[in-house]
Design a protein around this ligand. Structure first.
Ligand code: NAG
Ligand code: NAG
Length: 435
């Protein structure tokens, strides 16, 4: 069992204070909506073996100590569903502490993670509703760890989604926290799961492999890796069914919940960066962090699905425009997104948004920013307001897909298992109120 208290959380990123303020305001707006929900879960009836409930009540009576809530997870292949869970968790308290499960624990419990702990930490930290991150959280919450959360990390409530979480012995992982009256539940985000995304990726590679084979006999190394005697397994359909189509139901309210809802202040220096931001990953986060550091307001242009397909092939993007927009919006370094940005940065766009600087990272799926002909940045280059930023991490969407493909057998197995538990969840699913 790992020791999560051993390593302190990393220092907050530079813009954290400001973002925390924004997040607080946002959460403040949401609290009204969730207060009804809160009342439901606050009733800590039954026995209290740890005596935690009464201690909590004593502490809260006197002061205005902020309410600290805790949520944990693997946060592998992080997507807007994870972000939405963190957003809901944050709304149940004043400060959100997130436990990220270690690589070893994930390997032991469900097979290799796609993203190593270092990248998962970057991703979780970048979510604007997260205040602190604990690395190496245990996969299943233990009594020891729970005590540590309550005593060392001063956690008031442990938060989990409305899907059941059972320990290997079949017992409820959160039974102790529930008994102590220190458990609150949030509504699971509809329409997306890592299982679904892995499914889409495996499908994307398979389809590309098939269609390219028809065109010519040239297989990329990616296709070779994938089709190496395993196409049959995928062709049987069973393991892939249910993961082909995005079940995401985009609502305007979700976009509002994810938005900062604020334009640039007077005299703000506005930085613009555009891209697909498909399978939002640590490489994206790091370049956004650098870009934000160059000004006061970061505007992110997200290319349409058609634009991405035109430049990267028919099976991209993996995540649609709406999904990609939400992932980017959840990032603390982002102030605003354009949902469906044009490929070329026009003079009109620069004027409309008062853009001071247009940036692009060195690590990218396309090198169009270096082209003489048809360079999408020709206008800002001509105006002398274009800058290439050295990408801090050597990761692209293709890197992530490659990792999945390299481990596809393990992922297929894991997906089958998870797809089954998800099927059960959807069968037994009822309406859950909440945000
Ligand atoms: C396959 O593509 C690569 C680069 O895309 C090229 O170098 C190689 O010659 C091609 N092979 C065939 C058989 O077309
Ligand atoms: C446009 O941006 C510049 C900074 O690049 C700023 O000085 C100026 O005030 C902005 N214009 C408006 C109208 O806000």
């Amino acid at each position: 069992m790992s020791d999560p208290g051993g390593s302190p959380p990393p220092p907050p990123p530079p813009s954290q204070n400001k973002d925390r303020l924004i997040a607080t305001c946002l959460a403040g707006g949401l609290v009204i909506g969730v207060s009804a929900l809160l009342g439901l879960y606050l009733s800590g009836s039954g026995t209290d073996p740890l005596g935690l409930g009464s201690r909590l009540r004593r502490r809260r009576k006197g002061g205005r100590r902020p309410v600290r809530v805790y949520m944990d997870g693997c946060f592998d292949m992080m997507h807007y569903g994870h972000c939405n869970a963190l957003r809901q968790a944050r709304a149940l308290g004043d400060q959100l502490v997130v436990g990220v499960v270690s690589d070893d624990e994930i390997i032991a419990n469900k097979g290799p993670p796609v993203t190593p702990l270092s990248e998962r930490m970057i991703m979780v930290h970048a979510v604007k509703w997260v205040d602190e991150v604990i690395p190496d959280a245990p996969y299943a919450i233990t009594e020891d760890f729970m005590r540590k959360l309550f005593d060392e990390y001063k956690i008031d409530y442990i938060i989990h989604g409305d899907d059941p979480c059972v320990l290997p012995d079949g017992t409820d992982a959160y039974a102790l926290a529930k008994k102590a009256g220190r458990y609150k539940q949030i509504k699971r985000t509809e329409g997306v799961s890592s299982t679904d995304i892995v499914g889409r990726m495996l499908l994307c590679v398979r389809e590309r492999s098939v269609s390219d084979t028809h065109k010519n006999q040239n297989h990329s190394s990616l296709q070779r890796q994938f089709s190496h005697g395993h196409s049959q397994k995928i062709d049987d359909g069973g393991s892939c069914s249910g993961t082909r189509v995005s079940h995401f139901l985009p609502t305007s309210r979700r976009i509002v919940q994810f938005s900062n809802g604020k334009g640039p202040g007077p005299d703000a220096r506005i930085i613009y960066i555009a891209g697909a931001f498909d399978l939002f990953h640590a490489g994206h986060v790091e370049i956004l962090r650098l870009a934000r550091g160059l000004g006061d307001f970061l505007l992110v242009g997200i290319h349409t699905d058609q634009t991405v397909s035109a430049s990267r092939g028919a099976h991209r993007p993996i995540m649609n425009l709406h999904e990609r927009s939400l992932s980017v919006l959840a990032c603390r370094y982002v102030d605003e997104v354009i949902i469906g940005a044009p490929w070329e940065v026009s003079k009109d766009m620069i004027t409309t948004f008062n853009i001071s600087l247009v940036v692009h990272g060195t690590i990218s799926e396309s090198n169009d920013f270096q082209k003489d002909e048809g360079n999408p940045y020709a206008v800002p280059i001509g105006m002398g307001i274009f800058k290439v930023l050295e990408s801090p991490l050597d990761i692209t969407t293709t890197t992530i897909i490659r990792r999945i493909v390299a481990n596809h057998e393990a992922f297929l197995k894991r997906n089958e298992k998870k797809a089954e538990s998800e099927r059960r969840y959807y069968e037994g699913k009822g309406y859950v109120s909440g945000d």
